[in-house]
Ligand binder design. Structure first.
Ligand code: IPE
Ligand code: IPE
Ligand code: MG
Length: 246
């Protein structure tokens, strides 16, 4: 029996976040340039999107490029941006067919103009789709996101639109890039690294973490289903006792 058949469809996570890591090492293992790994990683993205659509997961958020990734060699950064432009362009038809709505979070104005335009075009074209919400974290830093929320809240207080004592978790979340989205119940990281690397720090407070040694270009639908199955075996206690949640 495949992993998919064992998944309890009534207990799906609403939101799965993924740190897609290991493209460079995958390419290196094959004696190729790092960018070859990024290209191959696109196939994994397609597979995981398909898997999420199959299961009717509502939100999938992919860590595609971090703010820190701007510090990589210029050639690699440029190649990733080019890859993004061509991939987004090619995938629009697929998104329409699968009823996927594309979104992006991060400092998007830092993206090269061509990349930004292609992204906005795809977001616009898919905006009426009602299936999976696919969010790309691009030029994304969770700490920056939190700081920008703090600044926007401080501005509201300064202008007298909000009282300090009224600031609560709900208001804070409304000022994050992920506004309107549920927090991820499951966070997956590939490539055997056990860290979060500045991803959705506020949002993953109670997420189940799933780590796999598979490198991102080797990750497929079955691996995605396996992670969801593993998630379903966990007991989420939210600070309570096992007896209380059962
Ligand atoms: C993830 O793979 C893709 C991006 C961060 C853009 P890496 O490029 O980080 O691959 P490794 O971790 O060096 O193997
Ligand atoms: C995290 O991977 C960012 C993305 C997957 C886009 P990195 O490879 O950049 O993270 P570190 O350097 O291992 O923490
Ligand atoms: Mg990496």
């Amino acid at each position: 029996m495949g992993y998919k058949d064992q998944i309890d469809l009534s207990k799906l996570p609403k939101h799965v976040a993924i740190i897609m890591d290991g493209n460079g090492r995958w390419a290196k293992e094959k004696g190729k340039l790092r960018i070859f790994g990024h290209h191959s990683g696109v196939n994994s993205v397609r597979a995981v999107v398909e898997g999420a659509v199959d299961l009717k997961v509502q939100y999938l958020t992919l860590y595609t490029f971090s703010t820190e990734n701007w510090n990589r060699p210029k050639l690699e950064v440029m190649a990733i941006m080019e890859l993004m432009v061509s991939t987004i362009h090619k995938e629009i038809g697929n998104f329409m067919e699968k009823n996927v709505r594309l979104q992006a979070i991060g400092d998007l104005e830092m993206l090269p103009q061509k990349c930004y335009n292609e992204l906005m075009n795809a977001i616009d074209k898919t905006s009426a789709n009602t299936g999976l919400v696919l969010t790309l974290a691009l030029s994304y830093s969770s700490r920056r996101e939190i700081l920008s929320a703090v600044k926007s809240i401080a501005g509201k207080v300064q202008r007298g639109e909000l009282k300090i004592e009224d600031i609560d978790e709900e208001i804070f979340e409304e000022n994050l890039f992920t506004k309107g989205m549920p927090n991820p119940e499951l966070m997956i990281r590939t490539s055997g690294e056990y860290r979060i690397s500045n991803y959705l720090l506020w949002q993953i407070a109670y997420a189940e973490l799933y780590f796999t040694s598979k490198l991102w270009p080797d990750f497929r639908k079955e691996d995605f289903f396996e992670a969801i199955l593993d998630y379903q075996k966990r007991e989420r206690r939210f600070g309570m006792t096992s007896e209380q949640v059962n």
